[in-house]
Design a protein around this ligand. Structure first.
Ligand code: AMP
Length: 416
């Protein structure tokens, strides 16, 4: 046996997955988002230029595909925002553009609960959205989805504000000064490395000693320029206005370089170490960075479907998942009734009934057992007698009641 690739999953029951996708599509359409789909294959350069050369996704986690020498290197997409922005620029779309897409993403990470090498995201983006009130609306839309559509309660919203790119630059210098102060000798080797390459990622360190030190680090919200300071206040006031509870988290920086101003994550204790099931924020310069004619202030979010499914699994029975259609099982008693069984099935299927035929030549008793297992509503028995008289014996699988009905009346009988 060749097992599945490490960090991938087989979905053998898609009922919950399909429920979530169906609900989010309807929810997003109500907020005037349009569905799009972009390719799974993209140029490596797209992510080098957007996510940042020193981010972990780019340095360690890309699935790069070997191509002929003269061709541009390509990869399996690790996230959705860069692709959406590429599509926006490539098709010369007018802003504002409110779109969503969903599908698999690929990152070469160490697999663990809630962390896979192939995982699925719903990506939601608003390209051309300057006002901070848009951030509030996006967060409210997500919160309403989790709370009202999926009836989740066991989560929290973490929020931080990274300011504009100038603020970030100033802050990074402040942070460097702090890290190079008296505490430098106490930092772990990974943090020392991050200090040089991608300084704000130090906050993701899992080492308790480093985390203790960072409690005293300068915060970016204390070092914002005047306009950003105003927007940060506005963000908090409008979130409260819409009754959204959130926790300010000064160490939330999110992994990718393109974020500025608002960043947020929805997290749940029930998920263990990989506790974020949705993350997002603003990326005001990404369109310009990827070759757009002018910058388009933008924002977006990605919902991690595997983690959302993990949260929902214990409450699955309380959700109105789509019910399977009632199944009718046709049982030809011998091979002489196979053609008749095909015809009857074809007639019922043409009338949109859900039908299966048992053609393995089993005894009636064994066919009944199988139909029971399959959850059949009715068994439609075709023997020599039924063939002669153009009838079918219909057995109600719940009550056990049997009735002989003309073959042409089968559909109307089972539909009753
Ligand atoms: P990111 O694109 O890193 O901002 O991630 C957005 C969301 O995608 C996270 O909050 C997770 O729910 C999910 N996610 C990211 N990486 C993985 C992974 N390796 N496996 C499963 N879910 C992931």
């Amino acid at each position: 046996m060749v097992p599945r690739v490490k960090g991938t999953q087989d979905f053998l029951d898609l009922s919950l997955y399909n429920f979530v996708i169906d609900r989010i599509k309807k929810h997003l359409q109500r907020y005037h988002f349009t569905e799009i789909a972009t390719p799974i294959l993209e140029a490596v350069d797209l992510f080098n230029r957007s996510l940042g050369l020193y981010t972990e996704v780019v340095t360690k986690e890309m699935f790069i595909i070997a191509t002929a020498d003269e061709e541009e290197p390509i990869c399996l997409r690790p996230e959705g925002t860069a692709s959406t922005v590429r599509a926006f620029i490539e098709h010369q779309i007018q802003s504002p553009w409110k779109v969503f897409s969903y599908g698999p993403m690929f990152r070469y990470e160490r697999p663990q609960k809630g962390r896979y090498r192939q995982f699925h995201q719903v990506n939601i983006e608003i390209i051309g959205a300057k006002s901070i009130a848009q951030d509030v609306q996006l967060i409210k839309m997500l919160d309403r989805f989790f709370h009202e559509e999926l009836v989740l309660n066991n989560y929290a919203l973490l929020l931080n504000f990274l300011g504009c790119f100038d603020d970030r630059k100033t802050y990074q210098l402040l942070l460097k000064d702090f890290l190079e102060g008296p505490i430098e000798g106490e930092l772990c080797s990974m943090c020392l490395d991050r200090k040089e390459r991608n300084i704000m990622r130090i906050f993701d360190c899992k080492n308790p000693l480093c985390q203790k030190i960072y409690k005293n680090a300068p915060t970016i919200v204390d070092n914002l320029c005047k306009p950003c300071e105003k927007e940060w206040q506005q963000l908090q006031e409008q979130l409260s206005l819409l009754s959204i509870s959130y926790a300010y988290q000064p160490t939330l920086v999110r992994g990718l370089d393109y974020y500025n101003k608002t960043v947020f994550e929805f997290v749940s204790k029930n998920l263990g170490a990989q506790n974020a099931f949705c993350g997002g924020g603003r990326y005001d310069q990404l369109v310009g960075q990827l070759g757009g004619k002018e910058d388009q202030p933008s924002l977006g979010a990605a919902i991690g479907l595997e983690r959302l499914l993990l949260l929902l699994e214990p409450f699955k029975d309380q959700l109105p998942l789509e019910k399977l259609p009632a199944l009718q099982v046709i049982m030809p008693l011998t091979s002489s009734q196979h053609s008749l069984a095909l015809l009857l099935a074809d007639d019922l299927q043409a009338q949109h009934l859900c039908v299966d035929i048992l053609l393995a030549g089993d005894s009636l008793k064994s066919m009944m057992r199988k139909a029971n297992k399959m959850g059949a509503t009715y068994a439609l028995i075709l023997g020599e007698e039924e063939q002669k008289t153009r009838t079918v014996t219909i057995k109600n699988m719940t009550t056990g009641h049997e009735e002989r009905v003309a073959q042409i009346d089968t559909a109307s009988f089972v539909k009753k």
